[in-house]
Design a protein around this ligand. Structure first.
Ligand code: 5GP
Length: 294
């Protein structure tokens, strides 16, 4: 008799098992690509409950990390006493802790990304700068939630998450905001979880928020970098606010009064960037972000 007789499976069971094996292979392949591209770390894989991932060999996982490769994998496994055929699901807590230590020590972990908080008076061009950086792979731009109505051309989930007052209240109650504030009669908030997730993957994060929100972030995350965007002159800011076609006259007057107040807050920020050009400010923001990695 063979040592491991094939299990007696019906046709449909065999088909299902085949489908499961294909899904597991696909999960493993996409995890390895994510690790190679640094959109995920080995610790995302270790915490991934999918069977296909849990049954992946540790050696296969480590070899996928940029800068590790097969030779260093072998040495690492030997040093950490992880046996050759060990699968992810079979790693003990001490081995996981040792891996983490080793990865941080050897700078194989990208570390926590920086948190750049951009603020400044309404009309200074913050959202144009944000839109300019939205597709830049060096920074992840947070998408805020708001109770205000969408403007023409604004897209749900890209410019904002447009929420009802009730839903916004629920998010506050569930502590789902990193910060939130009221501005010109509407509420705006930064969803906490996506920001933390991106930073834990080593990505730099950009928030574009008003001043009260920036102050909240500073008190909760003292390591954040607060950047104030200033107009080249007060006259230019007034011009920009008065020419906004999307606002009612009352709203424009309110924004002007607010802008004056907002300009007075510049001193609380770590950096002041004068918006002479969108490209110039975007460039400076990126260099601040990469200078302040953790
Ligand atoms: P707008 O309605 O013109 O898009 O934005 C109004 C103000 O709200 C801007 O100053 C913008 O930076 C700010 N804002 C946008 N999202 C957030 C957020 O998540 N939190 C806070 N505190 N302010 C925000």
């Amino acid at each position: 008799m063979p040592k491991n007789p094939p299990p007696n499976l019906s046709d449909s069971e065999r088909i299902q098992a085949g489908q499961r094996a294909i899904a597991a292979r696909r999960d493993r392949a996409s995890m390895k690509i994510d690790i190679a591209n640094r959109t995920k770390t080995i610790f995302d894989a270790i915490n991934d409950p999918r069977q296909g991932i849990q049954r992946m060999r540790v050696s296969e996982l480590l070899a996928a990390v940029p800068g590790v490769g097969t030779r260093r994998t072998f040495l690492l496994m030997e040093k950490l006493k992880i046996s050759e055929g060990r699968r992810i699901g079979g790693l003990g807590p001490n081995q996981i802790a040792a891996l983490r230590e080793e990865f941080i020590l050897n700078k194989l972990e990208p570390g926590v990304g920086s948190l750049i908080v951009m603020s400044g008076p309404g009309g200074v061009g913050k959202s144009t700068i944000t839109n300019h950086l939205r597709d830049n792979p060096s920074i992840w731009v947070s998408v805020s939630a708001t109770t205000r109505q969408p403007r023409e051309n604004e897209r749900e989930g890209i410019d904002y998450f447009f929420l009802t007052d009730e839903k916004f209240d629920q998010m506050i109650a569930a502590d789902k905001f990193l910060e939130w504030a009221e501005f010109a009669g509407n509420r705006y908030g930064t969803p906490r979880e996506p920001v933390e997730h991106a930073r834990n993957l080593g990505k730099n994060v950009l928030l574009e928020i008003e001043i009260a929100g920036a102050r909240q972030v500073r008190s909760k995350s003292p390591e954040s970098v607060l950047v104030f965007i200033s107009p080249p002159s007060w006259e230019e800011l007034v011009n920009r606010l008065e020419n906004r076609g999307t606002d009612s006259p009352e709203r424009r007057a309110a924004r002007l009064a607010l802008a004056e107040e907002e300009m007075a807050a510049a001193g609380d920020f770590d950096h002041i960037l004068v918006n002479h050009s969108v490209e110039g400010v975007a460039e400076q923001l990126l260099s601040l972000a990469s200078a302040k990695r953790h």
